[in-house]
Design a protein around this ligand. Sequence first.
Ligand code: ADP
Ligand code: MG
Length: 729
Amino acid sequence: MTASTGGPPEISGASQRPAPARFAEHEVKALLREWGVAVPRGATAAVPAEVAAAARGLTPPLVLKAHGPGLVHKSDAGAVRLGLSGPAEAESAAGEMLAGLVSRGITPDGFLVEEQAAPGVELIVGVVRDPGFGPVLLAGLGGVWTEVMRDTALCLCPASEADARRMLAALRGAPLLHGHRGRPAVDSEALVGLLLAIGGAQGLWERLDLGEFELNPVIATEEGVIAVDARYLPGTAEPTGPRRETPGQDFTALFEPRAVAVVGASASRPNFGNMFLEFYKATGVPLVAVHPEADEINGVPTVPTLAQAGADYALVAVPADRCAEVVRHAKGVSFVQVMSGGFGEAGAAGLEADLVRAAREAGARLLGPNCMGVYSPRGGQTFIGGEPGPPGHVALISQSGGLAGEVVRVGERRGLAFSRVATVGNSADVTPAELLGWLGGDEHTSVVGMYLEDPRDGRALFEALMSVRGRLPVVLLVGGRSGQGRRAAASHTGGMVGDGRVWQALADQTGAVLVGSQDDLIGALSFFQSHSSRIVPPAGSVADTAREPWTGRDEDCLPAVLVIGPSGGASVLAADVLDAAGLVLAALPDETRDVLKALGAGAAGTSPANPLEVPVGPRGRPELVREVIGAIVARRPYPDVVAHVNVQSFFTFGTSADPLYAYAHNLARAQRDLPGTRITLVTRNGECAPPGVEDEVRAIAAGAGIPVYRSMEAAAVAVAAAARFIRGA
Ligand code: ADP
Ligand code: MG
């Protein structure tokens, strides 16, 4: 008798049964076997006296385990025995095990006796339900070392084959899989197959009401992979979040309303509503105030109710408990933005639900509540005082209104031009995911920044990011990553997802770029904005370009960067910074040696290297940078060239800004000559220049579509972000 326990346990739909505490190991293994995952041959016995009979037909060495309440970590309780020579020894081991367990106050439900798998590399594979993103696949090295090593990779389900391979490659211990110290490599195809069977499309995760699901260990050898332990704890099967989207919703009127109505401005005591009336007056959008008595407010004509406003966008700034009533009358208004706080974020979920219902009744979509609104220079939309900035192609979706205002104003100061900016507040109706999906088809948008503090409808966000993947770069800044409240979990898997790394997994899977600060968000957006029209050979597929073939070495498949600037420590440090960002300073082609020597580039007495040292300063030849870049790129098509200058040197060893401007003009010309290369300028030590000089350099560079950064660190983030984005992938 070698079959374990008849048919697989019934574990579909939580609605069909009251959730049992947990399935016994052999029940989970039966399901795995049905799913094509290898498990040891085994059989169960209720009492020690039945163990020998159950073990007949199994090939030794054998393993004996007990199962039942209190046996989550069996080894800790003395409920695992390995290396048993046959049925007789298994039976006597069961008697000893039972006695030991009883002395600890544990009464097992029964025993599992199974064949012992050959040793190999032990891994953990699991699925856990992330509160924001739903089912997440986890793979790691470990077995018993799992908790110590904490070497795991995550991926939102469903994982693609590429995701599964990336997860394994991302493990610090990956060399162990490839054969270490003379050991054979494990069967990584089987491992990938196992990951997909569990977490891939139509994988086991879809059948489980997670909960937690964990195989620890899976033993991988050159022969294949086998799951020798399996644990499944059904969850409450609550949905990840309600689907709120309206399919095919057109958001044009949100960003380009025909007319705007403001509800809540006061005729006597100026408030937020009055402030917004002033903001809107500066954009020139047709404007009306809603007020029961006044004839005009802040010089803006009024109507008594929203229904009479004739506007397709309404801003509501009245106390929270009156918002639903106002919104209910928004007949004919496409979008209602509720600025007021005091809803879900303040514990008043009921008020928020009323508000959503009111918007539905009126046939309007709701932005917020608790949000600042929308900014779109093209459409007269604003939530910021002063003149609107220039219309452009950068979109921003933000869960924080304050931060959005900063990114808009600071970004514009640094040269960004925005297409659509939406702050979403509590996202009770319109979510970041829905907006992102729409931006994917927006002709005015070529890059999107997102500031998020929680995923909201995380699955929808995942799907929206997938839907724009390879078409629209997305730069993600996530606040509170370390503070994500994660459910304490009984198993390793649950405990290890709780560090916010799921955001990195989301970025890896969807091709979005995760940045760590507001400056880096602006910096990455600047890069994409500046270079959006440049078709450069994407990382990893340079061979597809029509250019001269690359050498086929490994480094040619990675983002290749040429760094060029004055000699000294700064160039060395630049190499370190770019290296840390994952970029590769691919070597200069040999053929450039003579031509660079002739031009006077490269440190004296040495071969030209990357970083390439060139004399840049008040006494240098300003054309040199252009000639050198041209000579190199003609022989090797570096996708990215990072040029750096020491601004301070121009004013320490020179007296005027003219040589610096001449340098910038030459770099600009180089960029104009090279549509297939992205040039980036780093102006180090810019604070040593007289006022206005940096702005002028920035303007010269911007004229040719070159982004400018004040540090190599900032540039590295942006260049790496762009290198990650692969158009059409
Ligand atoms: P625990 O509940 O303590 O995690 P396991 O079933 O994982 O119990 O067993 C503990 C260890 O024993 C495993 O990590 C593995 O190294 C080894 N082991 C268990 N079952 C087998 C088996 N069938 N073949 C080989 N090794 C096994
Ligand atoms: Mg185990």
